[in-house]
Ligand binder design. Sequence first.
Ligand SMILES: *[C@@H]1O[C@H](CO)[C@@H](O)[C@H](O)[C@H]1NC(C)=O
Ligand SMILES: *[C@@H]1O[C@H](CO)[C@@H](O)[C@H](O)[C@H]1NC(C)=O
Ligand SMILES: *[C@@H]1O[C@H](CO)[C@@H](O)[C@H](O)[C@H]1NC(C)=O
Ligand SMILES: [Zn+2]
Length: 460
Amino acid sequence: MKNRGHLVSIVVTLLFAFSGAYAIDLNSAAYPDATLSLEHGNPGFGASVLAVNAERLQGWIDHLATFSDDETPAVTRILFTDNDIAARRYVKSLMKDANLTITEDAVGNIYGLWEGSDTTDGIVGTGSHVDAIPLAGKYDGVLGVLGPIEAIKALQAAGFKPWRPIEVVMFTSEEPTRFGFGCLGSRVMSGHPEIRQKLEAAHDENGTSFDEAAAAAGYPDALKNLDSAVVKNKYSAFVELHIEQGPTLEEEGIPIGIVTAIAAPAQLTVTFSGGGGHAGATLMPFRNDAGLAAAELQLALEAAVLGTGSNDTVGTAGVVELRPGAVNNIRDVDGPRRDSVVEKVKAATEEIAERRKVGHTFTIGNQDPPATSGDRVLKAAVEATEQLRLRYKMMPSRAYHDSLFMARVAPTAMVFIPCFKGYSHRPDEFASKADMENGVRVLALTLAKLSVGPKTDCCH
Ligand SMILES: *[C@@H]1O[C@H](CO)[C@@H](O)[C@H](O)[C@H]1NC(C)=O
Ligand SMILES: *[C@@H]1O[C@H](CO)[C@@H](O)[C@H](O)[C@H]1NC(C)=O
Ligand SMILES: *[C@@H]1O[C@H](CO)[C@@H](O)[C@H](O)[C@H]1NC(C)=O
Ligand SMILES: [Zn+2]
């Protein structure tokens, strides 16, 4: 029998989140019908005119779900595979049907533009992703791509004329499945400093490079043209519609969540390397057991989490692998607080390694800053929700989204709707038509307000 753990890495996921949640009850008489101003040539329309066809949206969602490597209801759609390419074609056909002007950038982000009467003051963006991890569901991301197309159709039917243009974005690879890191398209768009290096190094499980995969999907010379995909100063605001992916809204019976901040992950790799040796013959005082060092670090991690003294700080220890290459993912909407926990874990790693005489490495993979939502976008979303007489809750996003990166280039917010038991990334992921209708109406009115409203808190 060998000593336990010659080389041990631990995999730990910590989730920290700050929640300033509150709910507002609406007295139905308190909010007047939304009349969008007469500014910028709009006749104005009441919120009650804004009719969203949830049946049609459901039909699109169901059809998109058929482009899957697994049998429905499971959705598996990996970047630049045949089903992803078919899904892209379908999304473009829907954009075309809504009279949007379609463009695509070097890495396959797809844009559908509804022209406005002004071209000098930035574009109002909205969007999400349609790629899906293996055996996922049909709503994650998809609602944020097809919902805006329905929102635009509803605005068109209500006679709305955009002043600032409104654009739907389908981001490339929000999920990390094929190349190992998430939010690929939005990182490129935001001009993320390490993205070129990441993409140059990226290979899938079969050794196909990102550039090769992109070229095969119809996006040649992606890396060469990477800089042309950066969208600094393009958007005056950005808003993403998404299922909550948590149970709060459903449990509390609140139809709309307005996201005030998005948690960002920090990835750490911790390895302890012990001496090995014969487990029977090596006396306890002479051991340097990497497995026990890893066990201790998990307790230190728990202590660091509890040490913040806040119920909003939570941590889960995941897998302990008796092999190299483990990831420790820490998230928070408060950057310094998250980083203070990273520091404590680092100090504990060093102390444990020294005391137990085991070698160690501690590597910070990425440590993206969290994002705070833009005031003007939040205000538009709150007003829209109130005018539609829907109850809502201000809440953080504990998962990260393309909006985390869009927040670097434009004031950004997200709108959540409830989903069944908070399930996501599984085949029984579900959002009701009524909830989607509410979400799309809020999105539509928010986009309209951002399109015609003043640009007060700009950002660049
Ligand atoms: C799109 O354009 C066509 C042709 O100009 C027009 O007939 C149709 O009504 C438009 N559709 C929408 C949704 O505006
Ligand atoms: C890698 O190759 C296997 C076997 O041919 C295939 O099933 C899989 O889809 C490939 N992966 C990707 C991302 O193309
Ligand atoms: C944390 O939650 C528990 C259980 O709801 C509650 O009793 C306690 O007061 C909370 N502590 C803080 C600091 O909010
Ligand atoms: Zn998503």
